[in-house]
Design a protein around this ligand. Structure first.
Ligand SMILES: Cc1ncc(COP(=O)(O)O)c(C=O)c1O
Length: 411
């Protein structure tokens, strides 16, 4: 495979034109959209308008005149088609952690007599911490966390399990779990299922409704490009909504928030999962960022993601000196999300050396480098140059330089 072959792939790429809808700095190859998505160009004018016109000029009247109050619902409806959800089941609010707390409590209450929450040992820690927090709050007679290996989930599905809590794509390895099959097997045992879509939403097609998922949560800042700390979303299947009680009863989840009644009466629909005032600035950014998706076919996104990964792996395999990097992501495309993770004992320093050369990847302790593949703004030529930089860093042992070995607060 040579540069001409790679450039031909870019010429045939039906998504190539999307790159112009992102504001990427020059001389930068960004392979970290699985952590923080790039900046869509539409965001800047939206923020300027929000600050100067909506907030600056219209002040509080913007809650009505600019529909600030409807942002959680309207953004939820923009995310819904990206995750295979029919309308009125997705709402934008809070963070994944907070939303997990809400749906976990709601799911446990919907499955009385059962107390176990089954998850995986290497799930993203916040998911596991939230279950531990619910146990602290309700007592271990109402909630216990059981953690198993990813390969052993089905054999632990039994009558004690109330809720199966899974992240669809493992944040370290990029392994993709089979949503349809695991949801079905859990349901066969009377278990409700919560999926964390942090590394899935915007990365490939998801079919929450057709997989009959009960609850899901996901974030706005990765593949949805909603900016640092963007608000998250949650999904509750329509059939569960009226029976759901979530614990963070706030006025925005009330059926009539502006009646200011002392007693709580939940909204009849998905809005009962809201708690406090929406973060209008952050939501407006996410709202503008989501317009990038209006003409995007997620099947094409998936195809390009797989093709980018294949090129990356082929180029790595072509260089003997890169064999010190051990692929920990599944080789089979259908078992992988939209990232590749490699193990190397100098992973942190290699990552810093790459960043110094303008190739932004990231590190996960103790020894993983992750390369996020975001088909809307990553080209095949980016992959070519990234692997060449990696080759120079590893071949010349540039990672030994002290400046690439300084511990940082955020890795
Ligand atoms: C799988 C997964 N869940 C949850 C989170 C974090 O959620 P929060 O929005 O609460 O920070 C992350 C962050 O990267 C994640 O990868």
């Amino acid at each position: 495979m040579n540069l001409t072959d790679i450039q031909a792939l870019d010429q045939q790429d039906p998504l190539a034109y999307k790159r112009d809808e992102f504001d990427l700095p020059p001389n930068c190859i960004y392979l970290d959209g699985n952590s923080l998505g790039a900046l869509p160009t539409a965001v800047k004018p939206r923020v300027a308008d929000l600050v100067t016109q909506q907030w600056g000029n219209s002040l509080i009247t913007s809650w009505n005149s600019h529909n600030w109050i409807d942002l959680p619902v309207n953004i939820g409806e923009k995310i819904a088609p990206l995750i295979g959800a029919a309308p009125q089941q997705v709402i934008c609010c809070d963070s994944i952690s907070v939303n997990l707390f809400k749906v976990l409590c709601a799911a446990l209450a919907l499955n009385p007599g059962r107390t176990q929450v089954l998850s995986t040992q290497d799930n993203f820690p916040t998911d596991l911490y939230m279950v531990q927090g619910v146990t602290e709050l309700l007592g271990s007679d109402k909630c216990q966390l059981k953690m198993v290996q990813e390969t052993q989930i089905t054999e632990h599905l039994n009558d004690s399990v109330a809720v199966l809590l899974l992240t669809q794509v493992n944040f370290r390895t990029g392994r993709l779990l089979d949503m349809k099959q695991l949801t079905q097997r859990a349901h066969d045992k009377g278990i409700l299922v919560i999926w964390d879509l942090a590394h899935s939403a915007g990365a490939f097609p998801i079919e929450l409704d057709s997989c009959e998922v009960d609850f899901a949560v996901g974030c706005g800042y990765k593949y949805l490009n909603g900016g640092p700390g963007a608000p998250a979303f949650l999904y509750v299947a329509k059939g569960h909504q009226s029976a759901c009680v979530q614990p963070l009863l706030g006025w925005m989840g009330h059926s009539k928030p502006f009646d200011f009644a002392p007693l709580y009466q939940p909204a009849a629909d998905i809005k009962r999962f809201l708690s406090g005032t929406p973060s209008v600035v952050a939501m407006s950014v996410l709202d503008a960022a989501l317009d990038v998706w209006t003409d995007v076919n997620l099947v094409q996104v998936r195809e390009k993601s797989i093709a980018l990964a294949e090129v990356f792996m082929t180029l790595i395999n072509a260089h003997d000196c890169l064999h010190t990097l051990q692929l920990v992501s599944p080789i089979a495309a259908e078992q992988r999300g939209s990232q590749l993770a490699y193990r190397h004992e100098q992973a942190f320093a290699i990552c810093q050396a790459l960043i110094d050369r303008g190739v932004i990847a990231d590190f996960r302790a103790p020894d993983l480098i992750r390369f996020g593949l975001t088909p809307l703004y990553t080209s095949f030529e980016d992959i070519w140059h990234s692997v060449n930089h990696l080759l120079e860093v590893v071949n010349n042992k540039l990672f030994l330089e002290p400046r690439f070995n300084q511990i940082l607060k955020v890795t």
